[in-house]
Design a protein around this ligand. Structure first.
Ligand code: MN
Length: 602
């Protein structure tokens, strides 16, 4: 029995900013491994060691490879003993509930009482648990018989289950084949992503930008599909903190000094404020949006407040435990104040004045439905920064020939999309990020990001190259009367890049995901496109695989998509299956599609 709380002590406690291990507050996503076997005496003993061996391999595979964006490894727990009947199943269920398990992988190399194990233990646990089953492909130990019986039982109970079975015969003393490890890791990455966002929030800074439907935050949709809450603050909250000086003034000086490392073009003619004031305002806005998202203990500290000239406030210091956010910006704010290009570009990057760190997900124009995609892709890749884009122009080789006289039909036979967002883009997209990892990850973004995360030298190079490749350029006052500093760079070509978009149809969500690659155009062509569009914005030219850019342009939903270096289409499709989100367009090979068995019954 738990001890009776000391209510008097609670009543008399002075509230403060509670320190936590991780910046975002929440239980670390936890995946259980449940070995099952035939309970008959003799059969059990004959299988026990081999069954635990499989469980051990699954444990090591997931523990060594699946990370959350802040670097925390996903938690993996294992059943107290092999589950072979109702009572051992109940023991596992009790343990998992205490451990806060959110996903479960059943593993077996033999027959077991498939339906009874799951039904006696309520399918082990909660209907919210995300489940997979792996059965060994062998002759004397036919995991397949159990696997098919078990997944059929799950289907009949309408519990989605992901089924993993090697096409080729396996030796369970050897490491998993690529096929099996790919599917186990895909399941684990997607389950971790689904669990990590549950119970956290989308922070809407402002409301709808210029009539863009994506920025209409649909609270129930966030909750129903993602298990996420939503918090709204009016944009005046940002102004209020700027005016009252409610930010860390020491950090502001650090930020301003850091941003001066970038090339800067403050524009010509009469500007709304001095160059220095503009840069300082953009940095203040960055600190404030971040503090609104994740909180800042310094703002609760009376000593810091006294030294820096603000009134410390525990409530304001809390933030909103926001795992993603969006800033409205246009128009009412930008008619008067600097735009959020510097804020979004820095927060979405993997670094700032405090060094290498997890990106904060911030959607331009508060396009929350694009923010959802950025959050999901960031989680699936274990923390890779994401690129918010405007789907600005479809360029065919014919249009380029007509405009510049240059024949690019060999470089871009299927055409390109100019993905120039209106001023903000994660700075990591100024460089060939997968190339930096130098390791053969075959387009696997999680592998690229794990490599960079472990290597401080690579991180230093990432930061130095991104700074070198970027110029901050003053906003066009016609669009942004309050000025602003746009992140301008040109993404290198030949890099695998996946585009995705979440769409709302009534109260339902759908997802589009298309893999392709970035394109390096001849300088004359790229310069022309830049000149006739807007040469202060981040430039990324992209060609889809297996379809023309025009097909993409025609079928993609809204005016924005988001993009991830690497090929993440198969992961995105698996995650959408976990979240019950239909995929309305994709270009992923049928062999790479991994969905619950129930999918095939429809
Ligand atoms: Mn836009």
């Amino acid at each position: 029995m738990s001890a009776r709380p000391n209510f008097e002590a609670k009543a008399n406690a002075v509230r403060g900013f509670q320190k936590t291990d991780r910046q975002l507050v929440g239980h670390v996503p936890t995946i259980a491994i449940t070995p099952v076997a035939d309970g008959r005496t003799g059969a059990y003993e004959g299988n026990a060691a081999g069954t635990w061996k499989i469980a051990e391999k699954v444990y090591d595979l997931i523990s060594n490879n699946v990370r959350l964006p802040d670097g925390t490894p996903v938690r993996v727990v294992v059943a107290p003993e092999i589950v072979y009947g109702a009572r051992t199943g109940a023991l596992a269920q009790k343990y998992y509930t205490e451990q806060g398990v959110g996903a479960n992988i059943w593993v077996s190399r033999s027959w077991s009482y498939s339906d009874e194990l799951m039904s006696a233990a309520m399918g082990i646990g909660s209907s919210e648990w995300i489940q997979a089953a792996y059965g060994l492909n062998q002759t004397d130990r036919p995991g397949a018989v159990w696997l098919k019986a078990f997944t059929a039982a799950m289907d009949e109970k309408k519990r989605p289950i992901f089924c993993i079975y090697s096409p080729d015969l396996e030796n369970d003393q050897e490491p998993f084949s690529d096929y099996v490890s790919t599917r186990l890791l895909r399941f684990a990455r997607c389950a971790a992503a689904a669990l990590e966002m549950r119970g956290k929030n989308y922070l809407s800074v402002g409301s709808v930008s210029m009539g863009i439907i994506g920025s209409d935050v649909r609270r129930n949709m966030m909750l129903d599909y993602l298990g996420m809450g939503s918090v709204s603050v009016d944009m005046v909250a940002v102004k209020g903190r700027m005016d009252r000086g409610l930010y860390d003034h020491e950090e502001l000086e650090k930020a301003v000094a850091f941003m001066k490392k970038f090339k800067m073009d403050f524009g010509a003619g009469k500007r709304p404020q001095s160059n220095d004031d503009l840069l300082r305002d953009c940095c203040k806005m960055t600190l404030i949006v971040r503090d609104l998202m994740v909180g800042n203990p310094r703002l609760a500290d009376p000593a810091v407040g006294k030294a820096q000239g603000f009134k410390a406030d525990v409530e304001f210091a809390q933030g909103n435990n926001a795992i993603a956010a969006g800033t409205q910006g246009q128009r009412q704010w930008t008619d008067l104040h600097p735009n959020f290009d510097l804020t979004e570009s820095v927060l979405n990057s993997s670094f700032d004045w405090n060094g290498f760190r997890a990106p904060y997900i911030v959607a331009t124009e508060n396009d929350s439905k694009n923010g959802i995609g950025m959050l999901i892709a960031n989680l699936l890749t274990g923390g890779m920064p994401q690129l918010f884009a405007d789907i600005r122009t479809n360029w065919t080789p014919e249009s380029i020939k007509a405009a510049t006289g240059v024949n690019v039909s060999k470089i871009i036979p299927r055409g390109i999309i100019d993905k120039r967002n209106s001023g903000a883009g994660a700075l990591d997209y100024a460089i060939d990020l997968p190339g930096l990892a130098k390791k053969s990850c075959a387009g696997n973004a999680a592998c690229v990001w794990n490599t960079i995360r472990k290597d401080a030298k690579l991180q230093q190079k990432l930061i130095a190259d991104s700074i070198k490749g970027t110029e901050y350029m003053a906003a066009i006052l016609e669009y942004f009367p309050g000025d602003g500093l746009s992140s301008h760079y040109r993404t290198p070509g030949g890099i695998p890049m996946t585009s995705y978009r979440f769409n709302a149809v009534g109260e339902k969500l759908t997802c589009s995901v298309v893999e392709g690659e970035t394109v390096e155009l001849p300088a004359k062509v790229a310069d022309h496109i830049s000149r006739v569009t807007n040469s202060t914005w981040p430039e990324s030219y992209w060609m889809p695989r297996g379809m023309t850019s025009f097909e993409y342009m025609s079928k993609i939903g809204p005016n924005h998509d988001a993009n991830s270096f690497g090929l993440i289409g198969a992961d995105m499709i698996t995650l959408c299956a976990m979240l019950r989100i239909p995929v309305d367009m994709h270009n992923i090979d049928a062999a790479d599609i991994f969905r619950p068995t129930m999918w095939d019954r429809f």
